[in-house]
Write a new protein. Structure first.
Length: 469
């Protein structure tokens, strides 16, 4: 596969995007050569910033002709290395695709380009009385295109679903250069294979997303937020399933073990949340809707469920400032951990009733291989983020023992009827664990689908599929 681009190819690419949007300097290439995945940096040979679908198509056709790797690059907030140019080639930076093209208030839909920031989109539709629920923790910086590519979730997925549940149609550029729409702007579609949902979560390996049509729902006007301290982390996990069995579907149900809370409080200035020494974990529980009386009834029912566990006094967030402070504490856990130590983040997901076994197993595996872990996540849908801390571990143990431990964590997860990733994707860093979740037949089918879309394997190569020994 072509890695060092010849001057004639560079000139050909410059004619497509213009000299102002082609970058060969080291600073720009390094800037687009990393995301939030550990400390990896893989600079592409050249960074291109196309302005429209036609330019993307022309770039892809050149790349396909010369068998040059192309890596679609978004906001670079990913945690699985999906946007890393591990085979160099062309870094396709989508920065200029940043417009909300239409908010269709009559059909409750919005058409956007992939570089629209998720929070900007949510706020724009909220002004029209509409609601786009997916809310990944990085919503203030991540882009809709990356959310679609990774099938991002977020705290409110437990009630409202993840990105795939809102994608109606996509304009994509295929790895051979053709531009197609994958579906229709309809709520129901039983016409042929579902290309739209195949592209969602495909991590930039099957096509370059250039336009997205999303479903919206009417906004909700009220919410109630509770912070529940538990003296035993395992009981916090047990309580998750009990809340649902009682007939309550929260709009968010987040788990944070003690270390996650402590690190977050140290990281964020101005948060004044007092926690007793004996408390091991918290659940952050939100219910939402349009009728406050019903919400308070649901909150009371949740409280009655939690009384069977060893808990401290429940904090009801009375003001918007208090609610924002609690969410800020939760959403900054990953950044807090990152500021303290080199770490690896895994994105396990199991049926929610299995969370206590998963948490207990992770801690046992950590002791076996000598690493500390900080666990938190979207407990309401069984999605537990596991931050493995390097701390004082030697480089040798970090590179050998931790890898063994991660494999055991994934083996445990799959044995509990779970899988490797709930929302971060597989990308570069998890691909060699795919044989835990899938048989050889599964992987061969996926690779055959990839080869049909991308016969020359130019688009985001080296992702998802395990390395061949």
């Amino acid at each position: 596969m072509q890695q060092n681009l010849h001057p004639e190819i560079i000139k050909e690419l410059e004619k497509i995007v213009g000299a102002d949007y082609l970058f060969l300097d080291e600073e720009t290439r390094n800037h687009y050569g990393h995301d939030e995945t550990e400390d990896y940096v893989f600079p592409p040979n050249v960074v291109l910033k196309p302005a429209n679908s036609k330019e993307v198509s022309q770039i892809i056709k050149v790349a396909n002709t010369h068998k040059i790797p192309v890596t679609p690059i978004g906001a670079r907030t990913g945690l699985s290395g999906g946007a890393l140019s591990i085979h160099q080639g062309i870094g396709l930076a989508m920065d200029r695709f940043n417009k909300i093209l239409e908010i269709d208030e009559l059909n409750l839909q919005v058409t956007v380009e992939p570089a629209v920031i998720t929070q900007v989109l949510r706020e724009a539709v909220a002004e029209k009385g509409l609601f786009y629920p997916p809310d990944p923790s990085s919503q203030g910086s991540c882009w809709i295109g990356g959310n679609v590519a990774e099938n991002a979730g977020g705290a409110r997925a437990v009630k409202y679903g993840v990105t795939k549940d809102y994608v109606l149609n996509l304009e994509i550029v295929l790895p051979t250069g053709e531009i197609i729409w994958t579906g229709a702007n309809t709520l129901k579609n039983s016409t042929g294979y579902n290309f739209t949902q195949l592209l969602v979560g495909s991590e930039g390996t099957l096509g370059v997303i250039t336009k997205i049509v999303l479903k919206l729902i009417p906004t909700v006007s009220h919410n109630v937020l509770l912070l529940v301290p538990f003296y035993k982390a395992s009981q916090a996990c047990e309580a998750v399933s009990a809340i649902f069995r009682a007939g309550i579907v929260p709009s968010a149900l987040e788990f944070m073990e003690r270390d996650a809370i402590d690190w977050s409080l140290k990281f964020i200035e101005g948060l004044n949340i007092q926690i007793k020494d004996e408390v091991q974990a918290h659940l952050l529980i939100e219910v939402d809707g349009n009728y406050p009386d019903i919400l308070f009834q649901e909150a009371e029912k949740i409280t009655s469920v939690l009384e069977q566990y060893e808990i401290d006094e429940i904090l009801f967030a009375d003001t918007e400032d208090q609610k924002n402070a609690l969410w800020k504490m939760r959403r900054n856990v990953a950044e807090a951990v990152k500021s303290n130590s080199i770490y690896k983040e895994e994105d396990t997901v199991v049926p929610r009733y299995e969370l206590p076994k998963l948490l207990e197993g992770i801690k046992t595996i950590g002791k076996k291989y000598g690493f500390q872990s900080v666990c938190y996540g979207h407990a309401g849908d069984g999605n537990l983020h596991v931050n493995i801390i390097k701390g004082n571990m030697s480089d040798e143990n970090w590179n050998t023992e931790v890898t063994k431990g991660i494999r055991e964590i994934f083996e445990l997860t799959v044995s509990l009827k779970g899988t490797l990733s709930g929302e971060h994707g597989i990308g570069y860093v998890q691909k060699n664990y795919m044989n835990i979740a899938f048989t050889k037949t599964h992987l061969e089918l996926m690779e055959r689908i990839k080869s049909i879309f991308d016969p020359n394997n130019i688009l985001n190569p080296g992702k998802i599929f395990p390395d061949v020994e």
